[in-house]
Design a protein around this ligand. Structure first.
Ligand SMILES: NC(=O)c1ccc[n+]([C@@H]2O[C@H](COP(=O)([O-])OP(=O)(O)OC[C@H]3O[C@@H](n4cnc5c(N)ncnc54)[C@H](O)[C@@H]3O)[C@@H](O)[C@H]2O)c1
Length: 258
């Protein structure tokens, strides 16, 4: 029997890439999105795809979508996310709440509903989409970073509570990704080249880079990985100190001036 997976926010961007890669790998794929046309477009192009029209923040819609999918999925990817940029000093409460709602509460709603089914089925794998914005503060990023940092902790908590049901829960934290919600940012050539230069791996990430990490965590290859965050960022979150000026002595062996 082939494996099954539900990917939320799979109508475009990173989620679409995960759904397509999973479809190519032989999974039965639930393409869940708040935008029905996009879900249908992706699902109908997959060998074994099914469009699931629902908002991750609505428990009733999620129950109906899971009933439509039928079986308990072997994997759930909580990928749906939104960002509302703006300085905290005058960020609207609506923008604060909607970002927390989709990026954090929606993941809880979908995970709880799916975990109940996985538990009866003997287990499964859940992967939550976090972000490097949940590791380093992102100026004018609204509540996005707080939601993603919260999601990282929620991931770890789920892994501890649900390990006994055979459910593994991990997260993937993408960095600068050339696609999806960041496409407008990288359409600016100056921002693009400045960011590319500062990534230790020398390039922006792709939606496929993120999809590879997600599908690895879903697969048997990742069967003992539970409660981890896999950062897919070309090491940009490790490079803070590299952007500051340093005395020459630091760059010579034994601390001698060259
Ligand atoms: N693209 C990046 O640079 C980047 C970097 C780090 C993390 N991420 C994270 O990766 C995930 C995917 O991002 P993306 O860039 O592909 O975004 P995107 O905006 O291209 O796609 C998001 C998809 O989610 C859907 N969606 C939004 N709210 C929903 C809801 N409540 N219920 C169901 N579907 C909903 C949208 O309709 C859309 O199809 C997000 O969680 C995002 O925070 C993205």
């Amino acid at each position: 029997m082939s494996e099954s997976i539900i990917v939320t926010g799979a109508g475009k961007g990173i989620g679409e890439s995960i759904a397509r890669r999973a479809g190519d790998a032989g999974y039965r794929v639930g393409v869940l999105d708040i935008d029905n046309d996009m879900a249908e477009r992706v699902a109908s192009s997959l060998p074994n795809g099914i469009a699931l029209h629902a908002s991750t923040t609505d428990p009733d819609q999620i129950e109906r979508a899971l009933d439509k999918f039928g079986e308990a999925p072997d994997s759930l990817v909580n990928n749906a996310g939104i960002v509302r940029f703006g300085p905290l000093i005058d960020l609207s409460i609506d923008d604060w709440r909607s970002t927390i709602d989709v990026n954090l509460t929606g993941v809880f709603i979908c995970s709880q509903a799916v975990a109940g089914r996985m538990r009866k089925n003997g287990g499964g794998s859940i992967v939550n989409m976090t972000s490097i914005a949940g590791i380093q503060p992102n100026v004018n990023g609204g509540s996005y970073g707080a939601a993603k940092a919260g999601l990282h902790l929620l991931t770890r908590q789920m892994s501890v509570e649900w390990g006994e049901y055979g459910i593994r829960v991990n997260s993937v934290a993408p960095g600068f990704i050339d696609g999806g919600m960041s496409a407008p940012i990288f359409a600016d050539s100056e921002i693009r080249s400045t960011r590319e230069e500062r990534v230790p791996s020398g390039r922006l990430g792709t939606v496929d880079d993120v999809a590879s990490a997600v599908l690895f965590l879903c697969s048997e290859e990742g069967s003992y990985i539970n409660g981890n965050q896999l950062v897919v960022d070309g090491s940009v979150t490790n490079s803070l100190m590299a952007s500051f000026p340093r005395p020459k002595s630091v760059d010579s062996v034994g601390g001698k001036e060259s």
